[in-house]
Design a protein around this ligand. Structure first.
Ligand code: S3P
Length: 446
């Protein structure tokens, strides 16, 4: 029997995080990129042969994607070193699942897989944990219905569980303007458009992380490209099988980069993904007074990777506006933490999408600061924080949200007494060895 609410219930482990002299830093490699792992698994599942995925992220959200694919009949072999061999079923070859598909805590699994299931000749039901069941799904359901897919969902088509009714395997071409910058929604529509009867055009706010289009276009040579400010997706006869080496996740590395800034010690991040649509946090870190050098050393399936070196300076405030937010969407909680330690007024605007993440992350960072005796001013679409603040330390309850839990631990690295975090296990959703890396980079966890 599958456990439907594992992550939110994992709240037992409490630990205090701090980092005395010399602070958090040194050289290290972050865990594999979550977004690229999801897409590697999904594309391999619909490819025309056996694909090989090296260094995939194996826990949390990506395990949800893997187990959904296995329920859809995909055979996944795993070597001793974690390398995955995935036998693709072709674009229309997923099998009707005998049970419910459980996306766990993972919005990426639910949304991207919706694009792959839409209009297939099968019946499927997909749900997730309590957090995912509260996240908006009309943003994928509506455009997929416009392509002819029959999808039913709770709360008049807006919330999971989602129910996919059998179709013909093909869809109508899509012409759609994205009202929000979301790579999950954009990716879902691209994946569905591969099975359309003609070219699809996706416009509006397409400026989010570009892994789906990059891996399909630059990586696999399929007809997915930006033309006149819109994404044009040609239907594919087949997706070729492939090999990929998943690079490190720059969003996971961002935690220890922030840790190095608040504790004043250099950090070197090796084997790190350097996709340009993921690097806005590094630009902000530069504006906050650090020296940041990146060097590209290779690429796999269109995804560049290399080394990031960050030398902290005197931490000063920075402003981030709506144009920059999509490029650092997962790093916004860290900007709140950095703002508490930086000199001057740090402001983030245009970040209302944060209200629809694993928790309402704008509300969460206000609570995080308050729990430590600090203050962040809430705004409808962001926050303002005047620093530096003297934080008393304290206990943060991240309510099962992995990025809030890790941001709180990183705040601990800048305080005298450290920060206690309840339910730190939820970090496993994106960062299986967060506690180990916190310690090996010079911090203490007690
Ligand atoms: C992701 C897209 C982003 C991001 C998430 C991963 C992806 O979500 O926050 O962690 O892999 O496509 P949205 O598309 O909802 O902005």
């Amino acid at each position: 029997m599958t456990e439907l609410y594992p992550i939110a219930r994992l709240s037992a482990m409490e630990a205090t995080f701090h980092a005395r002299n010399p602070g958090l830093g040194g050289a290290y490699a972050p865990p594999a990129d979550k977004s690229i792992t999801h897409r590697s698994l999904l594309l391999a599942a619909v490819a025309g042969g056996t694909s090989v995925v090296r260094q995939a992220l194996a826990t949390g959200d990506c395990r949800s994607t893997r187990s959904c694919l296995e329920r859809l009949g995909i055979l996944i072999g795993e070597a001793a070193d974690g390398t995955l061999s995935i036998r693709g079923a072709g674009l229309r070859g997923l099998a009707e699942p005998a049970g419910v598909l459980d996306a766990g805590n993972s919005g990426t699994t639910m949304r991207l897989l919706s694009g792959m299931l839409a209009g297939l000749p099968l019946f499927a039901v997909m749900t997730g944990d309590a957090s995912l069941a509260g996240r908006p799904m009309a943003r994928v359901v509506e455009p997929l219905r416009a392509m002819g897919a029959r999808i039913e969902a709770r709360a008049r088509g807006t919330l999971a569980p989602l129910c996919f009714l059998p179709g013909t395997g093909s869809l109508r071409p899509l012409s759609w303007d994205l009202p929000m910058a979301s790579a999950q929604v954009k990716g879902a529509l691209i994946l569905a458009a591969l099975r359309a009867e003609g070219p699809s055009l996706i416009g509006g706010r397409i400026g989010s992380r570009d892994h789906t289009e990059r891996m399909l276009g630059a990586g696999l040579g399929l007809g997915v490209r930006v033309e006149g400010g819109r994404l044009r997706v040609e239907p594919a006869r087949a997706v070729p099988s492939f090999e990929i080496l998943v690079p490190g996740d720059v969003s996971s590395a961002a935690f220890f980069i922030a840790g190095s800034l608040v504790s004043g010690r250099e950090i070197v991040v090796r084997d790190c993904g350097l996709n340009p649509t993921r690097l806005a946090f590094l630009d902000v870190v530069r504006r906050m007074g650090a020296r940041v050098d990146t060097s590209e050393e290779g690429s796999s399936l269109g995804e560049p990777w290399g080394t990031v070196r960050v030398s902290p300076g005197r931490l000063r405030a920075a402003s981030v506006g709506p144009d920059e937010v999509p490029g650092l969407i997962d790093e916004v909680p860290l900007l709140a933490v950095l703002g508490l330690f930086a000199e001057g007024l740090t402001e983030v605007r245009g970040a209302d999408e944060l209200r629809h993440k694993e928790s309402d992350r704008l509300a969460a960072v206000i609570r995080l600061a308050a729990a430590l005796g600090g203050r962040i001013e809430p705004l409808a679409d962001g926050f303002r924080v005047e620093g530096p603040q003297r934080l008393a330390g304290g206990t943060v309850d991240p309510a099962g949200d992995h990025r809030i839990a890790m941001a709180a631990a990183i705040a601990g690295a800048g305080t005298e007494t450290g920060v206690r975090v309840t339910g730190i296990e939820c970090a496993k959703v994106s960062y299986p060895e967060f506690v180990r890396d916190f310690q090996s980079l010079g911090g203490t966890v007690a």
